[in-house]
Structure formats: structure tokens, C-alpha cells
Design a protein around this ligand. Structure first.
Ligand code: PEP
Ligand code: MN
Length: 257
């Protein structure tokens, strides 16, 4: 397969006004924004530990329609405040083409989640946006399908694309997904776009996030996305995989050496 744009891409990815250079990017924050207080506590803590961007979902792609769906527009306002108070660039998911403009106003990076990796209308709309796009690999997507999805965004003129490996669905049950470290290494051979690893959604459990983070970086990842919560036991989504701010500080020490 010829990846016209991904393969020939020579630009630089810009996040929150700063070009991603040789420095690794560490995106940290809760799975979901639950309240202003929760978001502020976590953002301040992860910033102290060296996070370069804050994440938090307000439009949540939940398997069950009865699970917490996110704060929606009210959550965007909280994210805007976090950006203003901490100076951290904001990463948040957009699920609907109609929300791309609105989310872009509060976010520096629009996340396209695993379940939407082949939502071609959303990819095209994201391609028309000025924001950087964090493109997660789909649950059962091949590396080729993942890169072709990135092509959809680049083809519309948005070159600010970050690829994110977040684990794929396999027969294995000890982990939520299987972290495909080889996909990080392969993607790095096929494109100069930054590739980051999300060991949180791959593992689905907090006790192996540090070794998986190290594995991602050893495979050539340009950064990590890690879920962090101030009260993991009571988190409204993905509580099993959430690190505490203290755990995250430890992770940062371990990976930065
Ligand atoms: C998330 O980042 O919280 C998320 C829902 O991720 P994914 O699309 O990888 O499942
Ligand atoms: Mn999550």
C-alpha cells in the first residue's frame, strides 16, 4: 500500500503553539472530566510531575448507553479554565462532526477515539480544523487501516496528526486489550508523524502501566498518554486503569530516568 501523505510527510506537529521536536510528549489526566475541582486538582498535580498536556473526555464513547456519557459542553468550559489556569495544552475527544468547531475552541488537540478511527466524515471534518489531531488506532484495525485514516486527515490539509497505539482486541483476557508495541515500531518506519503509546487503555489495569510505558518508549514512541485520577476508586469511567497523581509522579521518574 502506498501511503502518499503519511509517507512523504515532512512537516512538524504543533501542539498549543509549540512544535513537537525531540522532546517527548506526556499527556495525562482523567478518563472523564467529572467536575471543575477534580480537573483542577489532577491538572496541577500532573503538571508538577512534568506532564506536557492535560487530557480529559467530555464527550465519552461508552459501550453502554447507561454509563456516564461525559459532561458535554459544560465540560468544555472546565477544560478551557484548566488551560487558562495551568497553561497546559488540552487534549479531548470529539465524536461528532457537528462538534469539531466547538471543541476546537477549548482544545489544542482533538482526539479521535478508537471507535471512530474509521468514521470518515469525522476524519474529513478534523482535517479541516486548525487543531492538532490525536488519532487512536481502532480496536481491530490493522496498521495499514490506521495510517489510511491518518491520510484522510492530512488530505484535507491538516498536517498536525499524532498517531496513538492504545491496544487491540485479542483473545487475551488478563489485559483489557493487547498493547501492540510492534505497531509503534512499524508506524515509525512508515511515517514521520509522531507516534505515542496509551498503555492505560491497553492494560485496563494500573499495575502494569509503568513497564508498558517503558516498552512503548523503547519501541520509539514520541510520548505517552496516561490516565490519572485523584480518587480512582470513585472515578466515573475507566477506574481500574487510573493512576493516582503519586503513581504518575513515579512513572515520570521511571521513564525520564
Ligand atoms: C479515552 O481516551 O478515554 C478513550 C475512550 O480511548 P479509546 O478510544 O482508546 O478507547
Ligand atoms: Mn478512558
Amino acid at each position: 500500500m502506498d501511503f502518499h501523505l503519511v509517507h512523504n510527510w515532512k512537516g512538524k506537529v504543533k501542539i498549543g503553539g509549540k512544535y513537537l521536536g525531540k522532546e517527548k510528549i506526556f499527556i495525562a489526566g482523567p478518563c472523564s472530566i467529572e467536575s471543575r475541582e477534580q480537573a483542577m486538582i489532577i491538572a496541577k498535580e500532573v503538571k508538577k510531575s512534568g506532564a506536557s498536556a492535560f487530557r480529559g473526555g467530555v464527550f465519552k464513547p461508552r459501550t453502554s448507553p447507561y454509563s456516564f456519557q461525559g459532561l458535554g459542553k459544560a465540560g468544555l468550559k472546565i477544560l478551557a479554565d484548566v488551560r487558562e489556569k495551568t497553561g497546559l495544552p488540552i487534549v479531548t475527544e470529539v465524536m461528532d462532526t457537528r462538534d469539531v468547531k466547538l471543541v476546537s475552541e477549548c482544545a489544542d488537540v482533538l482526539q479521535i477515539g478508537a471507535r471512530n478511527m474509521q468514521n470518515f466524515s469525522l476524519l474529513k471534518e478534523a482535517g479541516k480544523s486548525d487543531s492538532a489531531i490525536l488519532l487512536k488506532r481502532g480496536l481491530s484495525a490493522t496498521i495499514e487501516e490506521w495510517l489510511l485514516s491518518a491520510e484522510y486527515i492530512l488530505k484535507e490539509g491538516n498536517c498536525n496528526v499524532i498517531l496513538c497505539e492504545r491496544g487491540i482486541r485479542t483473545f487475551e483476557k488478563y489485559t483489557r486489550n493487547t498493547f501492540d508495541v510492534s505497531a509503534i515500531a512499524v508506524a515509525k518506519t512508515l511515517t514521520k508523524l509522531p507516534v505515542i503509546g496509551d498503555p492505560s487503555h491497553a492494560a485496563g489495569r494500573k499495575d502494569i502501566i509503568i513497564p508498558l510505558s517503558k516498552a512503548a518508549l523503547a519501541a520509539g514512541a514520541d510520548g505517552l498518554m496516561i490516565e490519572v485520577h485523584n480518587d480512582p476508586e470513585n472515578a466515573l469511567s475507566d477506574k481500574e486503569q487510573a493512576l493516582t497523581p503519586q503513581d504518575f509522579a513515579w512513572l515520570m521518574k521511571e521513564v525520564k530516568g
